[in-house]
Design a binder for this molecule. Structure first.
Ligand SMILES: [Zn+2]
Length: 321
């Protein structure tokens, strides 16, 4: 992958746009940023030309099918997008939201802890660390990487800055037999196509590279890993993507993700009436969301793609020449 800094030419003195209070949709708000378009695919490195697909806030590469956020956000914009309001220490979600998030991450950690070889786990893009915390509760060493977060097991670093031998995660850092586990939004999923610029997981400018399953799987295999499990059913996230999308289609485009967050963690101010409108609509949308989830998972086009791959164990004897 090319260095992020090479992806866009940034004019000097560009004004950084703050988060808009009038436009609650991240993608649409971000797409109004005045800056030069991204010039190169972040996934395959191809330079964009007239054959690529220019979408709101992103460009889809004609070569590999992966979309790159455009314009590429400046460091200041990313810092603003991940500022304290995004993940307050009190938690992100109101009601049971934070508990549900921790419970689903805990179930994933339980499963992985059983199948992984002994050793530490590296979680790249760890957020505020619910998965890392769940591994630590199993007595495993675990480190999360998240450039704009903090926590006892979170490092403010990029994966290129890390070395060592890990039982799970990044390819070149994996022990022989170690697993690479990836769960990322599927930018070619049914829900991504139905909801377009308002799809929850586009999440500009925090999400920079918008992957398709074939691009991800071929890269993992090219790294010499054997893909052992592919799943499109990451329950909560896939269903929530549909509920969020249906609610966002209503008049006024209520943002359900914002509405369920704690007041200090919201992007825009919400009146209690608007919040009640969004939450009531969510309840009404749930049966349709469950049906849509069943369809997209059956079509292997779910809103999230989850992969487990394994680095082949090293040969027992290294031949001496
Ligand atoms: Zn590409």
């Amino acid at each position: 992958m090319p260095n992020a800094k090479s992806l866009a030419i940034r004019p000097e003195g560009r004004r950084t746009k703050g988060r808009s209070r009038r436009e609650s949709n991240n993608t649409l708000a971000y797409s109004r940023t005045q800056a030069r378009a991204t010039v190169q695919c972040a996934w395959c490195g191809r330079r964009f030309d007239s054959t690529d697909e220019y979408l709101t806030g992103r460009v889809r590469c004609a070569g590999c099918g992966v979309a790159t956020t455009s314009p590429w956000p400046s460091d200041e914009q990313l810092s603003a997008a991940y500022a304290d309001w995004y993940r307050p220490e009190s938690g992100r979600f109101s009601g049971l939201g934070d508990k549900v998030l921790r419970r689903t991450r805990s179930a994933l950690a339980d499963r992985l802890h059983r199948v992984l070889p002994p050793g530490p786990v590296l979680d790249v893009g760890a957020g505020d660390g619910p998965l890392v915390d769940a591994f630590v509760r199993h007595g495993r060493d675990a480190v999360g990487l998240e450039p704009h977060a903090s926590g006892p097991h979170i490092r403010n670093a990029e994966v290129e800055d890390v070395d060592g031998n890990w039982s799970a995660v990044m390819a070149t850092l994996l022990s022989p037999g170690g697993r690479l586990v990836i769960a990322v939004p599927n930018a070619t999923s049914l829900q991504a196509r139905v909801f377009g610029d308002r799809w929850l997981a586009l999440d500009l400018p925090r999400h920079l590279v918008h992957l398709s399953p074939p691009a991800l799987l071929s890269k993992v295999e090219a790294l010499g890993l054997r893909v052992e499990r592919v799943s499109y059913m990451r329950g909560g996230q896939v269903v929530f993507g549909w509920v969020h999308g249906f609610v966002g289609k209503l008049p006024g485009h209520p943002d359900l993700y914002d509405a369920i967050r704690r007041s200090e963690a919201r992007q825009a101010t919400y009146s209690p009436v608007l919040r009640l409108y969004a939450l009531t609509a969510a309840v009404a949308a749930l049966p349709f969301a469950l049906a849509a989830t069943a369809v997209e998972v059956a079509a292997r086009s779910g809103g999230t793609i989850y992969i487990e791959a394994r680095r082949e164990p090293a040969p027992e004897k290294i031949p001496v020449i």
